[in-house]
Design a protein around this ligand. Structure first.
Ligand SMILES: Nc1nc2c(ncn2[C@@H]2O[C@H](COP(=O)(O)OP(=O)(O)OP(=O)(O)O)[C@@H](O)[C@H]2O)c(=O)[nH]1
Ligand SMILES: *[C@@H]1O[C@H](CO)[C@@H](O)[C@H](O)[C@H]1NC(C)=O
Ligand SMILES: *[C@@H]1O[C@H](CO)[C@@H](O)[C@H](O)[C@H]1NC(C)=O
Ligand SMILES: *[C@@H]1O[C@H](CO)[C@@H](O)[C@H](O)[C@H]1NC(C)=O
Length: 444
């Protein structure tokens, strides 16, 4: 979600009244005190919209003997990817290599000791990353450090007073400081400095995400899950009368965001903002998906859902005839997921959604938003220019939809494509109900 920390925040909503009063007092204090995440969140909302600082043609020289170190990266997979990209773009701004960052394998938020630190290269293929992103950003190993000079510690501020402008000003000061130029290591310290301020255009993020390939072991498991989906599709097609010799077996992936804590949170969010398109009930999701035109039935629908919903088989019921819903358990791939921590489970689901023929997600989810970004990139690379407004000419494959927004076709979800010319990541990291594409969208 946009409010990336909805899991933390919604936790507060489930507590009994007496505790709620105490919490309210604490919250009130939080508003008045600049150093809390609540204040950060307020300020985060208000600090978007300035122009980004990078120009596409200006290629910095990333030095491979000067490094930037960033603090532990936290939260859900896609918020971690965004923070990782900001760390890399900060390193690029300083012409430095980013030292191998530490991600968090678990979804715990508050208890730092439960985060399960996981090195970047345990999940992403380091050599591939550096080769695809060569000339743009680089990740380096700690073993490359000579340790002949003391590191410079760059304290990132926090709270309401630490604005986007100050954040940027600090970066510029560091680049202008000649003494720092020769220091081997600049170390950023502060609390989750990359969850907040955004100085870069969507294109820069997209370029980095395009360099992230999973390590072979995990990639092989992605392939196994997708083969299993296609296998079931092929069988289903064979059982129908209109058998074709070479069946095309597309599959649909739906990121079904209906966890209890999300539903509580999104309802509050709708109340606060006066928007009514953030939440979608299970029934609404099923209904919108069933109205997508041009799907060749029967078709497998892969449900990307949180593990907590796997025991709830009501997600498998009520689908239109011909749409065959499967989650990890019914698909028989739980054994594959089971051996991994949260981060990798989510990363596998991400790829299954990203490579689906049709993807349907929630435009207020960072997970869905980054899936659509990756699919948009692929569409543009394959020569698509103007998707929106030309739905009739659209090849059904690789189309993405937002189930929380009604589209132009009766009952169907809205076609969704990332605006690659956007100057900030706000829409993706916070969510939006404006997902129509821009005519000036072009191939990067
Ligand atoms: N929410 C959740 N998702 C899980 C879990 N385990 C695996 N996943 C998968 O990860 C996907 C979504 O990841 P999230 O962590 O919810 O997404 P995010 O990257 O934090 O972004 P948001 O959508 O903004 O919350 C789900 O669709 C699941 O398939 C889990 O314990 N909780
Ligand atoms: C410098 O320190 C890092 C750890 O902080 C270590 O990995 C590296 O090997 C050290 N380099 C040398 C040359 O000792
Ligand atoms: C980074 O490299 C560019 C191009 O070589 C140069 O103009 C700029 O001054 C460098 N900046 C820093 C902080 O080293
Ligand atoms: C929606 O986004 C597009 C670009 O992505 C922008 O041109 C347009 O003005 C936005 N519309 C609204 C109502 O915000």
């Amino acid at each position: 979600m946009g409010l990336a920390n909805w899991r933390v925040r919604s936790y507060n909503c489930q507590i009994k009244p007496i505790i709620a009063i105490i919490i309210s007092i604490l919250l009130l204090r939080a508003v008045l005190s600049p150093s809390t995440s609540f204040a950060w969140f307020q300020q985060r909302i208000s600090s978007y919209g300035a122009t980004p600082i990078t120009e596409p043609n200006l290629r910095a020289t990333v030095r491979n003997d000067k490094f930037l170190e960033v603090p532990q990266i936290v939260w859900g997979l896609n918020n971690q990817k965004i923070a990782l990209a900001r760390g890399l773009l900060t390193a690029r701004f300083l012409n430095r290599t980013l030292l191998m960052p530490s991600l968090s394998a678990s979804l715990f938020y508050k208890e730092v000791e439960l985060l399960q630190p996981m090195q970047f290269d345990k999940i992403f293929y380091l050599e591939k990353f550096n080769s695809i992103c060569d000339g743009f950003v680089q990740v380096g190993q700690y073993s490359k450090l000579l340790n002949k000079t003391d590191p410079f510690e760059m304290q990132k501020g926090s709270g309401r007073k630490w604005t986007k402008e100050r954040d940027l000003e600090q970066l510029k000061e560091v680049t202008n400081d000649n003494k720092l130029h020769d220091l081997e290591l600049v170390r950023i310290v502060g609390k989750n400095p990359f969850l907040w301020h955004d100085h870069w255009p969507v294109r820069d993020y997209a370029e980095i995400f395009g360099c992230l390939a999973l390590v072979n072991e995990i990639e092989n498991d992605v392939v196994k899950v997708i083969s299993k989906i296609r296998e079931i599709s092929i069988k289903a097609k064979k059982n129908t009368a209109n058998t074709v010799p070479n069946p095309i077996v597309p599959y649909i992936a739906v990121h079904m965001r209906i966890e209890k804590d999300w539903m509580i949170h999104c309802k509050k969010w709708e109340q606060r903002t006066g928007m009514n398109q953030i939440c979608s009930s299970k029934k609404e999701i099923l209904d919108r998906v069933s109205h997508i035109m041009g799907i060749n039935l029967p078709a497998v629908v892969y449900l990307a859902i949180a593990d907590s919903l796997l025991e709830d088989d009501s997600v498998l019921k009520g689908w239109k005839t011909g749409l065959m819903p499967y989650e990890k358990k019914r698909l028989g791939v739980w054994e594959i997921y089971k051996k991994y921590p949260y981060l990798i489970r989510s990363a596998i689901d991400f790829e299954v959604c990203s490579r689906a023929d049709i993807f349907v997600g929630n435009s207020f989810s960072t997970f869905s938003g980054l899936v659509v970004l990756s699919r948009t990139q692929r569409l543009l690379k394959s020569g698509f220019k103007d998707l929106c407004g030309n739905e009739d000419q659209l090849d059904i494959r690789f189309t993405s939809y937002a189930y929380n927004i009604l589209g132009d076709k009766i009952g169907a979800p809205k076609v969704w494509m990332t605006d690659m010319a956007d100057l900030s990541l706000q829409k993706i990291s916070y969510g939006t109900n404006n997902i129509s594409c821009d005519a000036n969208m072009s191939i990067s």
